[in-house]
Design a protein around this ligand. Sequence first.
Ligand SMILES: Cc1cc2nc3c(=O)[nH]c(=O)nc-3n(C[C@H](O)[C@H](O)[C@H](O)COP(=O)(O)OP(=O)(O)OC[C@H]3O[C@@H](n4cnc5c(N)ncnc54)[C@H](O)[C@@H]3O)c2cc1C
Length: 399
Amino acid sequence: MTGPTVPTAERTPDRRAEFIDAADRLAERFAERAAAHDQHAGFPHENYIDLADAGLLRLSVPQELGGLGAGLGDVIAVLERLATGDGATALSVTMHISPLGQWGAVWRRTRSPRLAHLLREAAAGSLIWAAVTGEPGVRNDMTDARTVAEKVAGGYVLTGRKIFATNTAIATHFSTTARHNGADGGPRLLLCQVAMDQPGVRVHPTWNAMGMRATRSDDLELDAVFVPDEQVVHSLPVGHLDRRVLETVWAWAMPAFGAVYTGIAEGALAWTVRRVVHSGRAEDAVVQDVIGACRILLETSRAMLYRHVDEVENGRLLDQGVQSGLARCAMVKYVAANNAVEVLHRLVDVVGGPGYTRNLPFERMWRDVQAGPIMPMGNLAARRLVGADTLGVVTAPVS
Ligand SMILES: Cc1cc2nc3c(=O)[nH]c(=O)nc-3n(C[C@H](O)[C@H](O)[C@H](O)COP(=O)(O)OP(=O)(O)OC[C@H]3O[C@@H](n4cnc5c(N)ncnc54)[C@H](O)[C@@H]3O)c2cc1C
C-alpha cells in the first residue's frame, strides 16, 4: 500500500542558505553566553529574544500562516547550526520548532482550522511550545503513561508528574500524554495540548544534570488539570504503535534530536581544529587521523539525517509500515547521537588536558553530548526495535 506523500514545504535551496546564515550568526552570539547559562543552569531567555528577532521561532510555520515555511530538511540544518554555538538552546528550541513543523506538515494535507489557528498564534509570537511526555519508570515511547486522565463533562482531568520538561521555562503551551483507563474497549493513551497557565500546572525546579543544563528540563506537575475535549488531539490504545504518532512525533523529533547532537560535535570539532591550526599541529599525522575520523563520523550522521528527510518528504517512511518506519526513525537518531559522543571522545586525545577544564567550551560540549543516547529513542530501545524488525518480529500491535 502506498502512503500519502507528505507535501514538502515551500522552500528552495536558497532559502535554506538564508536560514543557515541566520542560525550561524545566532550560534556565534549564543556561544559567548553559553558558559554562564551552563554554570548556573539558567535558561537562556535572551537567546529567545534573538531567535524571535531572526524569525526562527516561526521557522517551521507554513508561509500562508505567517511563518517561514521551513520543511524538515531546513529545520535540521538550522538546529545543527544553532547547536554548534550552544547545544542547550538548540535542544530547547527543538521542542518548539519540531512540533510546529509536524503540525505544519499535517495542516498542508488537512487544512485543519484548529491547526491553522495554533500555527498563526505561533507565527504571531504569542505561542511557544514544549513537548512533555517523559515520566519516571515509564518508557518514553508514546505508548503509555502513568499520568491519569479522568473523564468529566466537556473534557478530562489530568493528574500526574512529568520529568525532563525541556523549554517549559519559556513555553506558553505543551503537549502531553495521559492514560484514560475508563475508555470503552480498554485503556487509551490521550495526547493532549495544555496551556502552561492552566490551573494545576506547576513546574518544580528539579533540574540539576551533568549537561544540557541551560535547557532547564525541570519536573512538571499536573494537579487535576482540566483539558477540554477539543484539546485532546489524539487517542490510541495503550501499548500500540501508532501511524499518526510515527508521522508526526517520531518522523520529526528523531532527526531533530540527531541534528542537535551532530551540531554540538561539529562545534567541538571546529573549536579543536582552530586550536590545532593555531598551535601549529596541523601537520601532525596523529592529529590528522583523529580529525579525519571525526569528520567522517559527522558526514555519516548527515547522510543518515538527509536520507531520513528524503524518506519523510517522499512518503516512503510511512510506506514501510508503522513498526519499520519507527525503526528507521530510531536508527537516524541512534547514529547521530552515538557518532556525536564518539567524536567528542576521540577529540579528547587531541585536545588533552585543556579539554577537562571548565575555562574552555570543550568541557561543556563533552558533557552536553552525553544526553544524546539517553534521549528517546534510547540506545537499548533503538537496537532492540531495529533488531526485532529486521528479524520480522512484531513488537506491538499497530493502531
Ligand atoms: C537533556 C534531556 C532533555 C529531555 N527533554 C525531554 C522533553 O522535553 N520531553 C520529554 O518528554 N522527555 C525529555 N527527555 C527525557 C527522555 O525522554 C527520557 O524520558 C528520559 O531521559 C528518561 O530516560 P530513561 O533512561 O529513564 O528512559 P526510559 O525510557 O524510562 O528507559 C529506562 C531504561 O529502559 C531501557 N529501555 C527503554 N526502552 C526499552 C526497550 N524497548 N527495550 C529494552 N530496554 C529499554 C532504557 O535504555 C533505559 O535504560 C529529555 C532527556 C534529556 C537527557
